[in-house]
Design a binder for this molecule. Structure first.
Ligand code: C2E
Ligand code: CA
Ligand code: CA
Ligand code: CA
Length: 280
């Protein structure tokens, strides 16, 4: 097992010195993964704190390589971005998540939403056409607001004309926008005024050490008050303990996501969570 772990490390995290050849091999593996259906989506519940009800899920991609086993998105997304394959992967994630949310809305939860992570590289890419996503929702007969697109602060920092246009196109179609990993990036607040954002996701690093006297609690409370004044809802990420959950309820946080409720799970397991909804 140790041997395999080491190979995996060498194979999927090329360092700066490593050869062009190796990067090309990685890119090739990714191409095979796309065509060979080696990707799957896991889903993690996003729970409404006041009711304990699962109202959304975040779709998180998993790569199960036939030889190397499960590979973390943190290891392969950067390579997909470097090689431009992120466009194809990002489209697949959106289409697959939309197909899934349709099923869950019909079977369990009429107002279920799924959020997908959108790479800033794809967001800026000429090859990306938001109309494909929007047309896909139409063909599934799904309203835009059943999907949320998660973007990061960095994207908005240097947003050009194309990025702004794309964000507007999503919003016009009813697709909602969440600002992921809030508080870790460049943290300029001006873009909260400039762009219409539906959700802020407080980064896990602020939630991890949440205790009654912690500076992190003060920060979370301040973020929540600010967001609410701007008409933005707040999701806390990385909620692992009951104490964290209770402090977030006390701070009027809207939603929580984290191991306390559930790890990311395959769709079939998520079905079971929806059947026992609300979670506590
Ligand atoms: P992220 O968007 O910030 O996703 C949240 C990460 O935190 C996920 O890791 C999730 O499994 C993990 N997490 C959730 N709850 C907890 C908790 O209570 N404690 C801790 N310690 N961790 C928790 P994951 O699935 O490994 O994804 C890592 C990153 O990879 C994501 O960070 C996102 O940036 C990227 N990623 C994942 N799926 C996609 C995708 O489909 N497209 C793109 N472009 N990026 C993706
Ligand atoms: Ca995310
Ligand atoms: Ca995040
Ligand atoms: Ca708003």
């Amino acid at each position: 097992a140790k041997q395999r772990g080491r190979n995996r490390y060498n194979f999927f995290t090329p360092s700066m010195q490593e050869s062009v050849e190796k990067r090309m091999r990685l890119a090739n593996e990714l191409r095979i993964a796309i065509s060979g259906e080696q990707f799957t989506l896991y889903y993690q519940p996003i729970v409404e704190l006041s009711s304990g009800r699962i109202q959304k899920a975040e779709a998180l991609i998993r790569w199960v390589h036939p030889k190397h086993g499960r590979i973390s998105p943190a290891d392969f997304i950067p390579i997909a971005e470097e090689t431009g394959l992120i466009n194809e992967i990002g489209n697949w994630v959106f289409l697959e998540a939309a197909r899934q949310v349709k099923i869950w809305r019909e079977r369990y939860q009429p107002d279920m939403q799924i959020s997908v992570n959108k790479s800033p590289i794809q967001f800026r890419s000429e090859a990306h056409h938001e109309s494909v996503w929007i047309d896909h929702l139409k063909s599934l007969n799904l309203p835009g607001h059943c999907m949320v697109v998660e973007i990061t602060e960095g994207l908005l920092m240097d947003a050009g004309e194309a990025v702004s246009r794309r964000l507007l196109a999503f919003r016009d179609a009813g697709i909602q926008v969440a600002l992921d990993d809030f508080g870790t990036g460049y943290s300029s607040l001006s873009y909260l005024k400039k762009f219409d954002i539906d959700y802020l996701k407080i980064d896990q690093s602020f939630v991890r050490n949440l205790t009654p006297d912690s500076p992190d609690l003060a920060l979370c409370e301040a973020i929540i008050v600010m967001a609410h004044k701007l008409g933005i809802k707040v999701v806390a990420e990385g909620v692992e303990t009951e104490q964290q959950r209770n402090l977030l309820i006390g701070a009027q946080c809207d939603y929580a996501q984290g191991y306390w409720y559930s790890r990311p799970v395959p769709a079939t397991e998520f079905d079971l969570l929806l059947q026992q909804n609300p979670l506590s």
